[in-house]
Design a binder for this molecule. Sequence first.
Ligand code: ADP
Length: 477
Amino acid sequence: MTRLLFAASEAVPLVKTGGLADVAGALPAALIALGVDVRVVLPAYRGCLDKLEAPTVIGAMTVRGQSFRIWEGRLAGSPVIHWLVDYAPLYGRDGDPYHDPQHRPWSDNAWRFGCFCEAVARLAAGEGSGGWKPDVVHCHDWQTGLVPAWLKLRMAGPRAVFTIHNLAYGGLFPRAAFESLGLPPGWWSIDGLEFYGQMSFLKAGLVYSDVITTVSPRYADEIRTPAFGCGFEGVLDKLSARVHGILNGIDTDAWNPATDAQLAQTYSSSTLKAGKLANRHALQDELRLPRDEAMTVVGMIGRLTDQKGFDLVVAALPELMKLPVQLAILGAGDKALEAELAIAATRYPGRIGLKLGYDDQLARRIEAGSDLFLMPSRFEPCGLNQMYSQRYGTVPVVHRVGGLADTVVDATPRTLKNGTATGVVFEDADVGGIVYGVSRGVELMHDPIARIGLQHSGMSRDFSWAASARQYLALYR
Ligand code: ADP
């Protein structure tokens, strides 16, 4: 039986800022179903320990002079065993895993995650783990990038798989951070983790792992080009033989309109029309949008960063507002963008329903209550909301990029006719592209046959983790 240590900086339901948490929450369970023996390891952020049932301390270690404790526990009803690396001065803080409560990155992030990586590598070698040793360590994004490097140093240790969820976060820090972490001086090189005069945690993950994966096949190709490579395209091109694209799945139990307790009314494809209408009305009421049947409700949810293209939507508003649409927007992040969205919402009363903040429950009601779901991301490693949308009978309108291109089938006369169309895919992440995509979506919503065809083929797609988990297992082996 393969023993797997799965190291991440967030996982639902313990802690979540983005899609990585959904993946780390669902993929381990899918692997267990295939017979893999899994431990998921995370830092013990404030509040995480309370979410585990009867946690116990299984070990301890001193990392750079700090006394870390290792807790083991399970979530109620889950087969997954979690390990939490506990050292309150570094991890037990208010704010999110990466930012203080004012959304400024913690100034000691290199130290926080550097020490976490060292602890994970030592756990993988059997220290503080109660004797359990993995065959493979699966690391995710820059926060775990130093784990493969530490493992490589031991030579005989477990093999490392490193998954890129988002190349835009290189985990870049000044050379002083490299020195403070006690890393071997030889690693400071172009073939190691030096990146244009800085240290990159992510590059360490790429260079020192045995296998690299990204979360969609198209993104695996895109990141080898200057347009998407964020400066890592050269390294990735060199390592291309070990780069694999495996599409993320979604947790089809957690995201199921037939059982979702947050919805005004649950529904399935056989009760779609009434279910969607009830949820649409509830959403309009909640976001103070009039129940105007002539309007198409367009949902948007996401982190407010350049990547997601909310700024493009703001720029497109004068044109978009000429269309019969209401926007239902949920987002948090960049403060300037939050302010711009708030101003836009007051400028177009009754047309934009906006909630700034992180709200998992409203996210579900937007998925259920919207007609269209807009994702104009400039780049998108995989994206989950377009899959959640399809599962909820909401038609995604997406930029043809990364995982969006891999998971949404554009509505053309041919795909509409053969029943494979599930959404609208537009070519350019700019004002013109967005206005074109949304108008096309609105047109399709007014064509009852096209609308129902798109909804049903979206709802019948299988986005569950089973197939992807099998691909990961093959790579581990
Ligand atoms: P990313 O990982 O780049 O943020 P994904 O589409 O892969 O993008 O995953 C984002 C996940 O986080 C989705 O489950 C989405 O619903 C959720 N999410 C993002 N922002 C918010 C928010 N403000 N409130 C609730 N959920 C959010």
